[in-house]
Design a protein around this ligand. Structure first.
Ligand SMILES: *Cc1c(COP(=O)(O)O)cnc(C)c1O
Length: 371
């Protein structure tokens, strides 16, 4: 049997007849840039995350870079974030002119540890950049008060967490609802994936929404009138049509991911060499990734690959140990939980279209390896 890490062709087969006419309509209209579908998608994503504004942009990376640019960071200005994430989280801080400050994670959720964030606050801290890693929200109810006290901005990296929720003070809060600005990615492998690159920022701050709308169009509110220097970072109309076609399926896809996760976790619960993902009871996870901690990780991964099972290591080198950040002076051993996670994690196939026999095949292979 073959169980790839992700099978986008399986998803395509299921939705092709719905999506292709919408793409054809965009092609017939020839309105590829800022066509009407873009505004519709912006409204839908804003609604989904209970924010007032959605602003489409070219990628999830730009959805973090543009709000960081709004902050007009000066050299030495600090943004506190996690080292256990995709590179873009910290790369954008650097590219916006600031310094990423890496703090350790909670071993259970892999998300940034609020106590570590608090300990890293300095007079130069300008913003917090938590990541809702693998589809589970970070502890915003502890980060937001820290930010409020010092007038810091909170930018949520929700690239992996569209539609995720967390119960805060007795109420469900969506990824994107509480942060100053939140970035989503529509990279094809994300839970809501385009057929190319794409991203979206959401915010409930009217003034910031205005700034972001300008920044993605060379800083001009009106063509050929430039208030500030921005860039070209638009979501194109064809991608908006794909995403509008997929959006009605997202809740069911997330539910399928949770079902698969529960099935794996139950079947692997008694394997002592495997620790299944820990879902914080106040979170509704959307399982962008289903990530185990395992013994003899690299050997297990090689064995699964030989048996036709795709897996991935997200992420093998924490960002504080990346060569490009060596000038920041972090040392091995400094952020032990992130470093331990990097050595132990293995993500299994979790896409919605997986069938039960495929899950059983993965489970049997893992159990067989440790037997
Ligand atoms: C995918 C991702 C991004 C960047 O998104 P792109 O659309 O690939 O630019 C940023 N942060 C995290 C955590 C991601 O997973």
């Amino acid at each position: 049997m073959n169980v790839p890490l992700l099978d986008l062709v399986a998803q395509y087969r299921g939705i092709k007849d719905e999506l292709l006419p919408a793409l054809q309509a965009v092609i017939e209209s020839q309105q590829f840039i800022m066509g009407p579908g873009v505004a519709r998608l912006e409204a839908e994503i804003a609604r989904l995350s209970r924010a007032r504004h959605g602003i489409g942009c070219a990628s999830g990376t730009d959805a973090l870079l543009l709000p960081l640019k709004v902050l007009q960071l000066r050299p030495g200005d600090e943004v506190i974030t996690t080292p256990f994430t995709f590179f873009a989280t910290a790369g954008t801080v650097h590219n916006a002119g600031g310094t990423p400050v890496f703090v350790d994670i909670e071993p259970e959720t892999f998300n940034v540890a609020p106590v570590a964030v608090e300990a890293a606050l300095t007079a130069r801290t300008r913003a917090l950049l938590p990541v809702h890693l693998f589809g589970q929200m970070a502890a915003l109810e502890r980060l937001l008060p820290l930010a409020e006290r010092r007038d810091l901005r909170v930018i949520e990296d929700a690239a992996q967490a569209i539609g995720a929720r967390r119960r805060i003070a007795g109420e469900w809060r969506l990824a994107g609802e509480l942060g100053w600005v939140t970035g989503f990615s529509f990279y094809p492998s994300k839970n809501l994936g385009a057929w190319g690159d794409g991203g979206m920022m959401v915010t409930s701050d009217d003034a910031v929404a205005d700034r972001l709308r300008k920044l993605r169009l060379h800083g001009g509110p009106k063509q050929y009138h430039h208030d500030e220097v921005g860039t070209n970072s638009r979501l194109d109309t064809l991608q908006a049509a794909v995403l509008l076609g997929k959006l009605p399926h997202l809740a069911a896809w997330s539910a399928r991911r949770r079902e698969h996760a529960a099935y794996y976790s139950e079947a692997l619960a008694d394997v002592p060499q495997v620790r299944t993902p820990c879902v914080d009871p106040t979170n509704e996870h959307v399982f962008h990734a289903y990530t185990l901690r395992v013994e003899r990780r690299d050997e297990l991964q090689a064995r699964l690959q030989r048996e036709g099972i795709g897996t991935a290591v997200y992420y093998p080198i924490p960002l504080h140990l990346q060569k490009c950040f060596s000038h920041l002076g972090y040392k091995l051993g400094q952020l032990p939980e992130a470093e331990r996670a990097a050595g132990e994690v293995l993500s299994l196939p979790i896409y919605p279209e997986l069938a039960r026999p495929q899950l059983d095949y993965v489970i049997d292979a893992i159990r067989g390896f440790y037997r």
